[in-house]
Design a protein around this ligand. Sequence first.
Ligand SMILES: Nc1nc2c(ncn2[C@@H]2O[C@H](COP(=O)(O)OP(=O)(O)OP(=O)(O)O)[C@@H](O)[C@H]2O)c(=O)[nH]1
Ligand SMILES: [Mg+2]
Length: 340
Amino acid sequence: MPNFRQIEKSLEKKKSALLEQSVLLIGPGESGKSTVLKQIRAMCGGYTKHELEEKKLLILRNLWTFSDMLLEYVIKNYLDMNEADKKKYKVMIEELKFCVMSGGHMADELAETVKVFWLCAPIQEAYEKRSTYHLTDSAGYFFENIDRIKMPDFQPTNQDIVRIRVPTTGVVTADVILKNIKLSVIDCGGQRQERRKWYHYFDDVHAVLFVAAISEYDQKLVEDETVNRMDEALNLYHIVFNGKYFTKAACILFLNKIDLFREKVKSVSIKKFHPGFEGTNTAEDGAKYFRRKFRDGMHPDFKKRLYCHETCAISDQVQIIINTVIDTVVQENLKDTGMI
Ligand SMILES: Nc1nc2c(ncn2[C@@H]2O[C@H](COP(=O)(O)OP(=O)(O)OP(=O)(O)O)[C@@H](O)[C@H]2O)c(=O)[nH]1
Ligand SMILES: [Mg+2]
């Protein structure tokens, strides 16, 4: 029989083990997993000078690729733009590319051309159609902030950083200290070709956070134009949580991009894309329906231990939800070790 000191020592060991928690971020591509990780980084003191320089370059890179996608849409779909303008904007895109490649900043003249480009009618029309060719919603944000971004001493803010779009390839792990806990956050690429790597992490994590973009109920996958993004999220979720995995880990679902969802339901029918939906086309009824779809068919035990939140990962408000999630994860794992 262990003596008092041995019991105390073992309890100490359990306590210190609890201070290390791992959270796995999974979900389909572009749902907002890396954005959640960025918010966690912001909660832990942010970025080094070197990292901020890298982010600045990523913003320029985003401006370059988004401009390219917009112009390509205009040309392919014969939107009304004269040949001289097409030529001018092709040069502008080359100059943006050069800015990225040379690690420089944007000259005033180039920034002015980008502003005119962004505001012209065919480009605005192309932006309206963005979901048909997978241009990310954050694109508009960078064009609208060009006056700030062009400055030589531009320092990306957290709001700039969470808007950057870089699809994750492979798995990115960030070790941070948050609320006195050593958190290891594992951010996985969400597109189909990336998911093979997820399984390596299924056995060992303390919590799994599944991120689904609720606003994408009318959109198709980048990797398969025949599949609806919400259907993909639901299928994936049921496969991951209805099998033999995560019997002990805390399970959390973020219905993310709730801000875009609230805007979208004003003009895009839910029923058209999800015929089972019977409510009124409001954010409230829509969110209720999709919440139910995520719960339907799940094991009752799982339903009891699933924590679901509607989130907007680009808003700093999400940090409050992340704090709650961390508390939940710790609570759940304390329960498992029999300490509460
Ligand atoms: N408006 C809005 N945009 C969001 C939200 N969450 C993420 N985004 C944007 O959506 C884009 C995609 O987000 P990511 O975090 O890169 O998505 P991901 O899930 O990591 O994607 P993969 O790495 O490809 O699997 C980024 O440009 C974000 O700024 C949100 O709640 N609202
Ligand atoms: Mg990512």
